[in-house]
Ligand binder design. Structure first.
Ligand code: MLT
Length: 392
């Protein structure tokens, strides 16, 4: 019997990185050497102190709950660490009912719409943008209204351009700064405007803050929760994945508006059993050590950022050095007529290098491609020399 896929899956394009993974596997199966600058999955190891804390917690024979469901016996230390981190970093005070532990950001981003949207409801998502916003809406039976992130607007959402009818019908508006994939950053005034928009239109502002700690040249990314009264209309997804090299650990949190946190918690009650307790202890340790860990990790990415941007500029494709994220968002070389898919396919076929085509992030991503900096300097150098040789 051939199982027929559900409509909700048929409505979605193949998951961007799953499609790239398949292409890479095909090449490798043919014995070809491929350099992948695709997914943003840090190559650097999780810092030792965090691993030590995981091991301690897993081995702690005095803790009768160490193997149990992370939702039923959460490590209170994690919530405390989140509160302390937000206090130190942003001067934001969070109450207990304003925080929920998540399995990284992706699963919570996909689950939140199920707690808030009814079939046929609208939600607003930026394009280019992280595909999971639309995936969450689609799984909830909802529809995505796309707003463009344009270079001429510094890749910021233009709230005034969102039609009145959409404002009336939308339940959620997603924003994400520092931004994936464009690497744009947003000032606190932008978040204040987002909060005002949410309040005026009765729309939950969901801020994906996955890259808030991957910053350079002294830049510090603000939190939307720093805006006075933000917790009336906004939530923020914080993840340990990119900040602490912990992608596989699946730990993060959603903070802010208590009723939205509750909605996610009710969805999670029904579909998951929480994050491993020992991982929660380790994540608490990570947050407590943040100020010590971030500069060490970011310095490595800064060197990589400079290496890639300088090589692209030397080849005649200047790219401004981003202040944040672990990516470079570069215009497709002229030879390819702005077609990111054609460029990415030829790059893989002729030079064995994988980049993420901008079109994969939606229509307004066309004309760009993304390089992930989660690869060692030598790999980046080799990849850049192949890109230049192929595309110049
Ligand atoms: C990316 O490459 O955009 C991210 O690694 C994807 C993710 O965070 O799920």
């Amino acid at each position: 019997m051939e199982i027929q896929l559900a409509n909700r899956l048929q409505k979605l394009p193949p998951y961007l990185f799953a499609a790239l993974r398949r292409k890479i596997a095909e090449k490798k199966a043919k014995g070809e050497q491929v350099i992948s600058l695709g997914i943003g999955d840090p190559d650097l190891p999780t810092p030792d102190a965090i691993i030590d804390e995981l091991c301690r917690a897993v081995k702690d024979a005095n803790d009768p709950n160490r193997h149990r469901y992370g939702c039923d016996v959460p490590a209170g230390e994690f919530k405390e660490a989140v509160k302390n981190f937000y206090k130190r970093r942003y001067k934001v005070t969070l109450a207990d009912d304003q925080i929920i532990t998540t399995m990284g950001s992706k699963d919570a981003i996909a689950k939140l719409p199920m707690g808030i949207m009814n079939p046929g409801d609208l939600a607003i998502a930026p394009v280019p943008g992280y595909p999971t916003y639309n995936i969450g809406h689609t799984f909830a039976g909802g529809v995505t209204f796309q707003v463009p992130l344009l270079r001429e607007n510094k890749f910021l959402v233009d709230f005034d351009a969102i039609p009145l009818e959409v404002r009336r019908l939308a339940k959620i508006l997603w924003i994400n700064y520092p931004n994936n994939p464009t690497t744009a950053v947003a000032p606190l005034e932008f978040f204040a405007r987002a909060v005002e928009f949410g309040r005026q239109n009765n729309i939950l502002i969901a801020h994906d803050s996955a890259y808030s700690e991957n910053t350079y040249d002294g830049y510090k990314a603000p939190s939307i929760l720093e805006v006075p009264g933000a917790d009336e209309v906004a939530v923020e997804f914080f993840s340990l994945s990119k900040a602490f090299n912990m992608t596989g650990w699946r730990v993060g949190c959603l903070c802010g508006n208590a009723s939205a946190v509750k909605a996610l918690s009710l969805v999670k009650d029904n579909v998951d059993n929480g994050t491993l307790r020992a991982a929660q202890f380790a994540a608490a340790k990570a947050l407590d050590m943040g100020e010590e860990i971030f500069p060490q990790i970011n310095e490595i990415y800064r060197v990589r950022r400079d290496l890639v941007c300088d090589a692209l500029s030397a080849a005649g494709w200047p790219v401004e050095k981003p202040k944040a994220t672990i990516y470079i968002w570069a215009p497709v070389p002229e030879k390819f007529g702005g077609k990111s898919g054609v460029f990415a396919d030829e790059l893989l076929d002729k030079a064995g290098v994988v980049v993420t085509p901008g079109l994969g992030y939606g229509q307004w991503g066309e004309g760009f491609y993304r390089i992930s900096l989660t690869y060692p300097d030598a790999v980046l150098k080799e990849a850049l020399s192949r890109i230049v040789a192929m595309a110049q």
